[in-house]
Write a protein of this length. Structure first.
Length: 309
């Protein structure tokens, strides 16, 4: 008998909504599991998707854990007896499996990785525009890696991911923490904000400072993405080329390299995780929101968007 490939998506958050709507439109069978008391109970139904209760989970074999990484352990502790032996548990990020060794704690299950290298809203947009979504996968914690790989690739294709790259859970976790989650999310908004504030201090009008910093950032990113770095540097104006090279020589690469070494070491030896576990997510989230709410760049962003809507 052919195995039921239905995917149970756990949660109705950012990734869950994109996975579910893309799968629905690709006619790949999927259903949603929401924890008891979730205020989102009607949302999947409004999207034409069915929901399942905890007592029905045992009927299925494939589960995508699309809930925050810090809640994966709690979900598996609570539901391990509801899930069938050898159930496939799919993660969109390797962090919980790598750091908490979930593959060893719950060795009755297969732990698979299908990690989109995309933000959830972009995954839906790319799917609708028939643009490939980049992703990586791992079957290293599967008893039957060949079968798991073809299962993951079929699922990935229905989400809009063609040819995901094979990696290990450790590689995906460390790279994501290092690059996207720490350096890029940390440095890019700060660099643009610093640039904006500096121009304002020098007497540049708000609108111009905004266009030259925030707005330019996306133009540059779009061209870099579409054409690649070599073509980008061929396309920009002579002044932009010369200015960029002058700044490039002054930019302190050694300082950045030191910062990267430190971050890489902390991720590898686990001290990054230990620090994070001691931090209060809610407290940091409130601080960051408060900070940006007060920031002149945020105020200008709102003003520009309101004037255009
Ligand atoms: N966000 C992204 O664009 C992105 C990109 C790449 C990878 N990822 C990965 O995708 C996964 C999901 O991230 P996300 O940002 O999409 O999550 P999210 O939006 O924060 O997920 C929220 C959903 O999770 C549910 N939930 C939370 N704890 C639960 C529990 N213990 N049991 C059952 N449901 C629970 C919530 O239920 P209630 O409705 O009941 O509150 C809600 O529906 C993570 O592994 C993340 O690293 C995310």
């Amino acid at each position: 008998m052919k195995e039921d490939k239905t995917l149970i998506i756990v949660g109705w958050g950012n990734q869950a909504q994109s996975w579910a709507c893309n799968l629905r439109d690709s006619h790949y069978p999927c259903k949603i599991y929401l924890r008891a008391g979730s205020h989102k109970a009607n949302f999947p139904v409004q999207q034409g998707l069915s929901t399942v209760k905890a007592s029905q989970l045992a009927q299925y074999q494939n589960f995508a854990l699309l809930i925050p990484d810090q809640n994966h352990l709690e979900f598996l502790n609570k539901h391990q007896d509801h899930l069938p032996k050898a159930a496939k548990i799919i993660y969109a990020h390797g962090h919980s499996v790598h750091t908490l060794k979930l593959d060893q704690k719950f060795n009755q299950f297969e732990h698979l990785l299908l990690a989109p290298k995309s933000i959830a809203s972009a995954m839906r947009k790319d799917y609708l525009n028939q643009q490939n979504i980049q992703a990586v996968f791992s079957t290293e914690h599967s008893q039957n890696p060949k079968q798991s790989e073809s299962f993951l690739k079929e699922l990935a294709a229905a989400i809009g991911i063609q040819n995901p790259y094979p990696v290990s859970f450790e590689e995906e976790t460390c790279c994501d923490l290092f690059s996207e989650q720490s350096l890029l999310c940390g440095a890019l908004p700060t660099l643009i904000e610093q640039n904006y504030n500096f121009l304002i201090q020098k007497g540049i009008p708000n609108h111009l400072a905004y266009l030259e910093t925030w707005h330019e950032f996306f133009l540059i990113a779009d061209v870099l993405k579409a054409k690649g770095p070599k073509e980008f540097f061929k396309m920009i104006s002579p002044n932009a080329l010369m200015g960029s090279q002058q700044y490039n020589q002054k930019y302190n690469k050694q300082e950045t390299e030191k910062l990267m070494e430190e971050l890489h070491r902390e991720i590898k030896d686990g001290s990054f995780d230990q620090k994070i576990q001691k931090m209060s997510f809610k407290e940091i989230q409130n601080q960051v929101e408060e900070y940006w709410q007060q920031s002149p760049l945020q105020k200008m962003y709102q003003q520009m968007n309101e004037s255009q809507s």
